[in-house]
Design a protein around this ligand. Structure first.
Ligand code: GLU
Length: 489
């Protein structure tokens, strides 16, 4: 096979799923590794389930993950168009070739007749395969059915194709991931390639497109294995070169059921909205079936590409561990450059008036609050006390403030702090002394600080207290402390 050409071929019937992102990534890595081309094709033959919004979401999500394509609907290429609905004039020609070669036939069965066949098979406890009722219709019979107003679908003739290219009914191929796979083609049933309305089915359109787009390797989920056998037969019947296939295990939820909304986010855009970094997400997704040779799991896509071998991808299912993704995301947040992080956090701070802080204060706020962030969105609940005049006091802080010690500490704090120079450095020194004085009276330093923290932030834990006081400023800090003193209220 000359040039390596792979593709991701999503159907725009929903936002880009992480499973599709994993398939896209493995194709992308395979192309990179082999100096090949990565093609994006939009499979929108099912007009009812397709929407422009989903197409845009697919483009945006792949781009956000850094999975840029060499050819596709927007960037073009030598084998376009890359959107199936713009290729509808291509498919009938190939269906005609198959009809002429005897590898396909017209089927005039109505949906009702097919339902009846299925019901019959169920009654006989047999798996349903089409009865081939229309395989040998004469021209007269067809003309009569046409005259009745029936429009034929076109079915692929499995047995004819199998017989022409194989000695027995067994069809075998060597999967890049799973090794040798086979099926008894007698079980497949003559499937429709062109519907009676003139549109192609998935299995047909995909073969014609993979053939014309010179796709050399098809890497996709194992849920397509049964389709692959049908597709191989079509390639052969058309005299086309059959690509190599590689099927990836499924991605399951931690409870081993199919990953779905009830487990958490499933679409790439949902993860992004929740505050996951796309670099973390794509790194995590790579580990669903692939493992690094040096055991170092945190890696950029470029580094992964150097190490990636499709033959080493696990053939079994992978578990989508949200906890691991969270850990990875927090790691990636820690690695972000300060200016970058400041920008990325802004969408999660819209409920606050950022203008209350100077850029230096905002920087300091992010410095002292970034450490525990798992998601970018965690920032929203981590920082309310930096904004506004007053602060909401939570239950634990309220209990703390109600103690006699706290009241005493606060009164003293307000009195002494009035004269403090309000820089972080000075506050650090002064608070150290303040705590030491109380320690001498037998009050633990943390108890002293709890009182101040509870009054100023409304919570009993959070970021570095000195930094908080410096950012909030003298007036606001002391006002909050005064308000927490009971006789003041
Ligand atoms: N449109 C198909 C899907 O989204 C593509 C499968 C394939 O890669 O052939 O499942």
């Amino acid at each position: 096979m000359s040039e390596v050409r792979v593709r991701i071929a999503p159907s725009p019937s929903g936002n880009l799923h992480v499973g599709t992102a994993r398939t896209a990534l493995f194709n992308y890595l395979f192309a990179k590794k082999n100096n090949g081309k990565f093609v994006l094709r939009i499979e929108d033959t099912d007009a009812e389930r397709t929407s422009q919004e989903y197409i845009d979401n697919i483009f945006d999500s792949l781009k956000a993950l850094g999975l840029n394509w060499d050819e596709g609907p927007d960037v073009g290429g030598d084998y376009g168009p890359y959107t199936q609905s713009e290729r509808f004039d291509i498919y009938p020609k190939y269906a005609q070739i198959l009809l002429e070669k005897g590898f396909a036939y017209e089927c005039f069965c109505t949906p009702e007749e097919l339902e009846q066949e299925k019901a019959q098979a169920t009654a006989n406890k047999k798996p349903y395969v089409y009865t081939k009722k229309c395989e040998n219709l004469t021209e007269e019979e067809k003309a009569k059915l046409r005259a009745e107003g029936r429009k034929p679908a076109i079915r692929f003739n499995i047995a004819k194709a199998q017989k022409a290219f194989h000695e027995t009914s067994m069809l075998t191929f060597d999967d890049l991931v799973k090794g040798e796979l086979h099926v008894d083609t007698n079980l497949l049933g003559d499937f429709v390639i062109m519907k009676s309305n003139g549109t192609p089915t998935y299995n047909f359109a995909v073969v014609i497109d993979d053939m014309l787009m010179k796709i050399s390797h098809v890497i996709r989920g194992e849920d397509h294995i049964s389709n692959t056998f049908k597709q191989i037969l079509i390639f052969e019947a058309l005299g086309a070169e059959v690509p190599r296939f590689g099927h990836l295990g499924m991605i399951l939820a931690p409870d081993r059921s199919k990953l779905s909304k009830r487990h958490g986010a499933t679409a790439v855009s949902e993860f992004v909205e929740k505050g996951y970094l796309t670099d973390a997400l794509i790194n995590f997704v790579a580990l669903l079936g692939w493992s690094p040779s040096d055991g170092e799991e945190i890696k950029s896509v470029d580094k992964i590409a150097e190490d990636f071998r499709i033959g080493e991808v696990s053939s079994s299912n992978s578990i989508f561990e949200y906890d691991k993704l969270n850990w990875m995301n927090s790691h990636y947040i820690k690695m972000l450059d300060m200016e970058d992080l400041k920008e990325r956090l802004k969408p999660y701070l819209t409920k606050y008036n950022l203008n209350e802080l100077t850029d230096a204060e905002y920087t300091r706020m992010v410095e002292v609050t970034r450490e525990p962030l798992t998601l970018l969105s965690d920032i929203t609940d981590a920082v309310p006390y930096f904004f506004g005049e007053d602060v909401e006091i939570d239950e634990k802080a309220r209990e703390t403030l109600d103690t006699e010690v706290s009241q005493e500490v606060l009164k003293d704090f307000v009195e002494r702090a009035e004269n403090w120079e309000w820089t972080e450095e000075n506050l650090h020194e002064k608070l150290e002394k303040f705590r030491a004085d109380y320690k001498e009276k037998g009050i633990k330093p943390k108890v002293t600080m709890w009182a101040i923290r509870a009054a100023v932030t409304g919570r009993i834990c959070g970021a570095d207290m000195t930094a908080i006081l410096a950012i909030i400023g003298k007036e606001k800090s002391l006002n909050r402390a005064k308000k927490a003193i009971k006789c003041h209220a």
